[in-house]
Design a protein around this ligand. Structure first.
Ligand SMILES: Cc1cc2nc3c(=O)[nH]c(=O)nc-3n(C[C@H](O)[C@H](O)[C@H](O)COP(=O)(O)OP(=O)(O)OC[C@H]3O[C@@H](n4cnc5c(N)ncnc54)[C@H](O)[C@@H]3O)c2cc1C
Length: 462
């Protein structure tokens, strides 16, 4: 039984690994020349990998941590206290403990009390999953304004949501925030500190371990191989047609895979973990109502500038930028989380933005972005000088963060698509949790179970 998988991110790799454990033969097509998808890394120093976009785990991320242990990487799991701050009115405020919240001088005391009470109510009294329908019928913007007044949204959550959802901040359903609060505060080991996880050696150690395990099981991984078309006969997926590109051809030749006379690699089942818009580029037979569901969630893009600095910029790991005169929404100083010694004593900082792919900042070159951000970095640290920057990188990703509409539980495209033997499982089907490596691991496991059930029962009901 041969399964074709599109995408070598955590969902695709986990599906290949889990299917391999059950004895299925898998082939992964990954259009990039390396694995890891949104969590992939680059060399920030010779031999030192770093994620293109900042990455950590929350203590609630149990699926990916269990996978680390299963693959013999338990000793690489580290939990480290993290420091979150808030930049507004030329000042940085701490944002870790309930006490910090009470000291946040940017809103009046009464609003701080309202904010604390509402957060406590959500965390401790509303954690039952049965509350989901209640929170998917209202946006976070409307919920907070209704329950705590304008200031709490305008001065606290609004800037934070802009940090994650850009111009779509006010469209985000409350269910997303409710679940985030329940998971994140509810899973803290103590109210006064937050610990975040990070694998010693970066997320690359898990990517490498998954790759090794898949290959040992007899799975095939085609790096640099783009899928051009899902081949459908009689409304049944029968194979994948690779693109004619040079990289794709070379990847297939390297692994001894050649398409059949009709130009495709035959498969019994096919799973796409690619974003919905990317999947629709190679699947043309899906009916309109399913395609409409695939288009319900909108994607935000992410633009990251990564600076290698001679000196520390701020003492915070995560700094939300609430000051709207600054054209980025957060800075994440990796070396306030992982010691600078890991990076040859350099300081590493991400400057982060979530934008629509049509935004001017999304279109800018590395140099243009650097020039646009430079004057604002001095606001975070008046001593900062451009000669602190030894090197910088620029990454952008169009499908960084899905934004869901209200009542999305009724609109999510099912994993089993209307095309027989073709499955879809990407970040738009992770709900109500926030997308993340943990949930892509869970997604890969869920898709595996579904394929196995279908194969064993011979059934298909989309
Ligand atoms: C800036 C940023 C910060 C993040 N921070 C965190 C964090 O702190 N913690 C955390 O856990 N998660 C974080 N995430 C999210 C996490 O990286 C993703 O949720 C997860 O990696 C998604 O994995 P996936 O396999 O579902 O999708 P993807 O990683 O998107 O994988 C899909 C793959 O499909 C491939 N593909 C698409 N089309 C084709 C085609 N036609 N042929 C072949 N291949 C194709 C793509 O190249 C891609 O590799 C962050 C993401 C971003 C962007």
């Amino acid at each position: 039984m041969k399964i074709g998988i599109i995408g070598g991110g955590f969902a695709g790799m986990t599906a290949a690994y889990e299917l391999g454990k059950l004895g299925y033969q898998t082939v992964i097509f990954e259009r990039m020349t390396e694995l890891g998808g949104l969590a992939s890394t680059f060399q920030v120093e010779p031999g030192v990998p770093l994620e293109r976009g900042y990455h950590h785990w929350f203590t609630s991320d149990t699926h990916v941590v269990a996978q680390m242990y299963e693959l013999g990487l338990g000793d690489r799991v580290q939990w480290i206290p993290s420091k979150t701050g808030w930049f507004e009115q030329g000042k940085i405020w701490n944002m870790v403990t309930p006490g910090d919240l009470m000291r946040l001088g940017t809103i009046p005391l009464l609003d701080r009390v309202r904010l604390g009470a509402a957060t406590g109510y959500l965390t401790y009294l509303q954690q039952n999953k049965n509350n989901l329908p209640k929170y998917e019928s209202i946006t976070a913007h409307d919920w907070w304004k209704r329950h705590t007044g304008d200031n709490v949204w305008d001065k606290v959550w609004g800037p934070m949501f802009r940090g994650k959802f850009g111009a779509r901040a006010e469209e985000v359903p409350m269910v997303w925030h409710w679940f985030k609060i329940v998971l994140r505060i509810g899973s803290r080991r103590g109210l006064n500190k937050e610990e975040l996880g990070y694998p010693r050696g970066s997320f690359q150690v898990l990517i490498d371990a998954l790759e090794k395990a898949i290959v040992q099981q007899g799975g095939v991984i085609l790096k640099g191989a783009t899928v051009k078309r899902l081949v459908v006969e009689d409304n049944t997926a029968v194979g994948l047609e690779p693109s004619e590109g040079e990289n794709t051809r070379a990847a297939l030749t390297r692994r001894g895979i050649s398409p059949n006379q009709s130009g495709y690699v035959p498969f019994d089942r096919v799973y796409s973990s690619a974003p919905s818009f990317a999947t629709l580029k190679f699947v043309h037979e899906l009916p309109g109502d399913y395609v409409a569901k695939m288009n319900e969630a909108k994607y935000m893009g992410a633009v990251l500038l990564i600076l290698k600095l001679k000196r520390q910029m701020t003492p915070w790991y995560w700094l939300n930028i609430a000051d709207r005169s600054i054209p980025f929404v957060a800075t994440i100083e990796q070396t306030n989380f992982i010691p600078p010694e890991v990076y040859n004593n350099k300081r590493i900082m991400y400057v982060s933005n979530y934008l629509d792919a049509s935004s001017p900042y999304f279109q800018m070159s590395r140099e243009e972005l650097f020039e646009a951000y430079l004057p604002h970095l001095k606001k975070l640290n008046p001593d900062f000088a451009p000669d602190w920057v030894e090197e910088y990188w620029h990454f952008k990703e169009a499908a960084a963060q899905p934004v869901f509409p209200l009542h999305y539980s009724q609109k999510i495209p099912p994993f089993r698509t209307p095309i027989r033997n073709f499955y879809l499982g990407n970040t738009t089907q992770i709900y109500p949790e926030d997308r993340g490596t943990n949930y892509s691991v869970r997604l890969g496991q869920d898709i595996t179970r579904l394929i196995d059930v279908d194969v064993k029962s011979g059934g298909w009901s989309s």
